[in-house]
Design a protein around this ligand. Sequence first.
Ligand code: NAP
Length: 307
Amino acid sequence: MAKQFETIALIGIGLIGSSIAREIKDKGLAGTVTVSTRSEATLKRAQELNLGDRYTTSAAEAVKNADLVIVSVPVGASGTVAAEIAANLKPGAIVTDVGSTKGSVIAQMAPHMPPGVHFIPGHPIAGTEYSGPDAGFIGLFKGRWCILTPLPDTDETAKARLRTFWETLGSMVDDMDPEHHDKVLAIVSHLPHIIAYNIVGTADDLEAVTESEVIKYSASGFRDFTRLAASDPTMWRDVCLHNKDAILEMLARFSEDLAYLQRAIRWGDGDKLFDLFTRTRAIRRSIIQAGQDTEMADFGRHAMDQK
Ligand code: NAP
């Protein structure tokens, strides 16, 4: 495949950063890839995995001469990283990120971006519950959406280059207003994770049921929540703190709907329950039709069965 950028700097080399690194190398998308992460231990591991060409713990050092800079750190660290790299960004460089919240990342990063640098925030809607450089893999972004939330004066050529980059990684790309992104993601991603953290926490706290029973009988539904609840605590702490308004709005809606369900159960209103459960089943079918999951029963666990 043709080279798209002379030099790419990757700031943060966990699940997302290292998946991007593997794709760049596999597809030959850059002349040089500079990998930067704050800790010596993660940097050493990235080097052992051969994820780049140059390695440094200094983000400021990494972005010198980079044509594309991809920031893949927890959203709460975006502002510090932006302040650190600002003075060394090359005029004409594209700076993007992969953070799960967009309003807060823009508020933290945009003020540091020098004139002549194209700052185009992004968010690949792809991930797993694992983290760190070993967790990344080729194919993570294939068939998944990547949302760009460009600022009003964004250069069209720079945006087109970033779009092509994500498309080469196998993604479909959408543009979205940052505020709308944060609302949509609050319902499709942030709320499900919060509910999962909560339900797993509740089960863990229950005194009438032992922990061994929770684990032993988990195939009845509980285990499907545990995958989400095993997601990275730092990342999800930051998502909750940085998309506060949209999450609180969705949680309020969720609580109202839960009260409706609770009432239907209390009063034995089977029709209400049946109607809701029928409506939700159709959503599952739509997700499969859209290619965002497979029909395979016990999705995600067939690999374990083959062991
Ligand atoms: P990860 O695997 O935990 O990797 C995090 C990376 O950020 C590591 O290189 C880590 O460096 C660095 N880092 C952590 N705290 C930092 C700080 N305070 N300052 C500077 N660097 C720091 O995380 P990830 O899953 O790749 O997530 C990265 C970003 O992608 C997050 O913003 C997240 O919201 C977004 N995202 C995640 C997913 C997902 O499913 N995981 C999906 C889409 C988007 P050290 O190891 O050297 O400390």
